[in-house]
Design a protein around this ligand. Structure first.
Ligand code: ADP
Ligand code: SF4
Length: 580
């Protein structure tokens, strides 16, 4: 076994812990060994060569969970691909782009997905865990005889050109200005602008300014820009965020169409339904976030996702989670009999060219309602009416309730520390692992960290109704499940209600007691359904999309049926598009 010891420098806060607590409490240091010392950057540094099991107490004492100590079997730990400094995060093995295929990468945040992609795209020169940097020829040596050899030979010879769609598309307007068309023209090495714009349904917005775009539009523009480059490996980091379900399906088809005998595609994606639909093969990444990450061999998409959910990789005999993630087959029986918190009747509201209508409906107390519907269909407008921020043109809403709102796009650029901004109870802080974020600046948070802070902020406000718009964006699969549990428990305990706008079907399924479905024509007209049971709501929504979902027989997760397949036809005919 090899021991690795890591200090997450971003989390280490020597002042916050009362002055290098680790150095003061380490059994090794007390015996006169320099296990923990002050590093050149003022943060703690750990020397793993002199660590012993006794240091597990030091790991526990660090209030910011910045210290990791793990033992790994030699077969895994002998050859790292990259290590950030002598006590930094370690990456073992790499995913393999395969020409003609879409390879997915599935793993929790902080497990090294982006690091792996940076190595593959030669943005980061791997050092193989050595203090003095490695070289590219070493990389070739490392992969000799493996499936990746051809890829790295070509990469080394300059025969591989890489194009990359970054994760945080909401940052694009801060970095580039001008019209969409100009941005795309600059990327259009393949001379396919109008065809790609058409496929991604952005033709209508080509003359708009980048600053005016919604998140879903930005996402599609970013995907277009990456795919217009002349490349033979395309990387897409979370292509589904901010897209509604039909856009997710459309983008998946588009991304699949890029793969051919000279082109490989690699995607990082946390929406399991979408990943399953998009990828041929998937590499699971496991390990300990912030400490180390191991890339598994590629497996067919279905098997890889099931293995990921089960927490066990059979081929590698590796159990990487103590519990399985399971889905229930039956929709939850928590229905709508509860006392209403708001009700409405025959509402109409016009905003420019857009008109929203809602027949009668109500929202029950102690309830989580999933809101389904395409982008631009009036979901936010409806909530503003409920909150009394906007007034209806016609019809009435029973009472105006106080609303706490988490918007879809999070644009905090504050230099403030999280702790001076966020006031949350201990329970929420623990559930959402917020403690290690408290001493960070808001502007320095990653997408997923900012999302957790924003969700916590929304839930900790005193209100009758909580509205969360796409809380899943930038969260990994496990964080999505934690968030849904936290939202459910809070509503149940406080007797309040949450409305959650979401496009990840797995998440909606886990989270909601009932559903409201928005229908119509984006940007022109939208209508609000009454509150449906899960089964009714999902049927109605999937009928609008003309898709059916089956359950995977092993993990019970939903999978999209191939249009026209036997199951698709049967489920369409029986009207059971999801819940059986
Ligand atoms: P993922 O993409 O799976 O979320 P990343 O590859 O971004 O994971 O990060 C994995 C770990 O490596 C994190 O703990 C991160 O803080 C660390 N890391 C990433 N870049 C650097 C760097 N330049 N220096 C030190 N640590 C880094
Ligand atoms: Fe303090 Fe933890 Fe950093 Fe050590 S690792 S200095 S205990 S914050």
């Amino acid at each position: 076994m090899k021991r690795i010891a890591v200090i997450e420098k971003e989390k280490c806060n020597p002042v916050g812990c009362g002055g290098y607590l680790c150095i003061r409490v380490s059994p090794g240091n007390r015996m006169g060994n320099e296990v923990f010392i002050v590093g050149p950057d003022g943060k703690a540094q750990v020397n793993e060569d002199v660590c012993t099991d006794a240091e597990s107490i030091t790991v526990k004492k660090c209030p910011f969970n910045a210290i990791h100590m793990v033992k790994l079997p030699d077969r895994l730990a002998s050859q790292p691909v990259h290590r950030f400094g002598r006590d930094g995060f370690v990456l073992y093995r790499l995913p393999t782009p395969i020409f003609g295929s879409v390879a997915g990468i599935l793993g929790v945040n902080g497990i090294g997905k982006s690091t792996a992609v940076k190595v593959l795209s030669r943005v980061l020169e791997p050092n193989f865990g050595k203090e003095k940097g490695g070289s590219f020829s070493e990389l070739l040596q490392y992969f000799k005889g493996s499936e990746s050899q051809i890829f790295f030979e070509r990469l080394g010879n300059g025969q591989i050109k890489v194009s990359y769609k970054p994760q945080s598309v909401d940052l694009i307007p801060k970095e580039v200005s001008g019209k969409v068309k100009e941005l795309l023209k600059n990327s259009d090495e393949r001379k396919r602008l109008s065809e790609v714009a058409d496929k991604l349904e952005i033709t209508k917005i080509l003359d708009q300014d980048i600053k005016e775009l919604s998140g879903g539009e930005l996402q599609r523009v970013a995907i277009a820009a990456a795919s217009l480059k002349q490349a033979n490996v395309y990387f897409f980091d979370e292509p589904s965020s901010f897209l509604d379900i039909s856009q997710r399906i459309n983008v998946s088809r588009f991304i699949r169409s890029l793969a051919n005998e000279n082109t490989a595609v690699v995607v990082i994606e946390h929406d399991m339904v979408v990943l399953d639909y998009m990828a041929d093969l998937i590499h699971v990444m496991y390990g300990e976030p912030g400490a180390y990450g191991i890339v598994s061999q590629a497996k067919p998409a279905r098997n890889a996702i099931n293995a990921y959910l089960s927490g066990y990789l059979k081929e590698e005999n590796m159990k990487f989670r103590n519990h399985e993630i399971k889905f229930s087959v039956r929709p939850p029986e928590r229905l709508l009999k509860r006392e209403p918190i708001v009700s409405w009747k025959a509402i109409e509201k016009k905003l420019g060219d857009f008109k929203l209508t809602a027949d009668s409906g109500h929202i029950p107390k102690k309830h989580v309602i999933g809101i389904l519907g395409p982008n631009g269909i009036g979901k936010t407008t409806f909530v503003k009416l409920i909150a009394g921020v906007e007034k209806t043109d016609k019809g009435e809403i029973s009472c105006n309730v106080s609303v706490s709102y988490k918007p879809q796009y999070l644009s905090f650029s504050s230099e403030q520390l999280v702790e001076s901004y966020l006031k949350v109870d201990e329970m929420l802080s623990r559930q959402l692992s917020l403690e290690p974020l408290m001493k960070k600046k808001i502007s320095g948070l990653s997408g997923g960290e900012l999302q957790r802070v924003a969700i916590a902020d929304c839930l900790s406000k005193d209100a009758d109704l909580y509205l969360l718009d796409e809380p899943s964006a930038y969260l990994d699969v496990e964080q999505r499940l934690i968030i849904s549990k936290v939202i459910r428990e809070r509503m149940e305990q406080s007797g309040k209600t949450a409305l959650v706008v979401e496009h990840d079907i797995v998440f909606i399924d886990y989270l909601s007691d009932s559903l409201i479905v928005f229908e119509g024509e984006p940007a022109r007209k939208g209508s609000v359904s009454s509150t449906f049971s899960m089964e009714e709501g999902m049927n109605r929504f999937l009928t609008n999309l003309d898709i059916t979902l089956r359950r995977d027989p092993d993990s019970f997760r939903p999978r999209i049926n191939k249009p026209g397949s036997r199951l698709d036809r049967e489920q369409t005919a029986s009207g059971k598009r999801y819940y059986q």
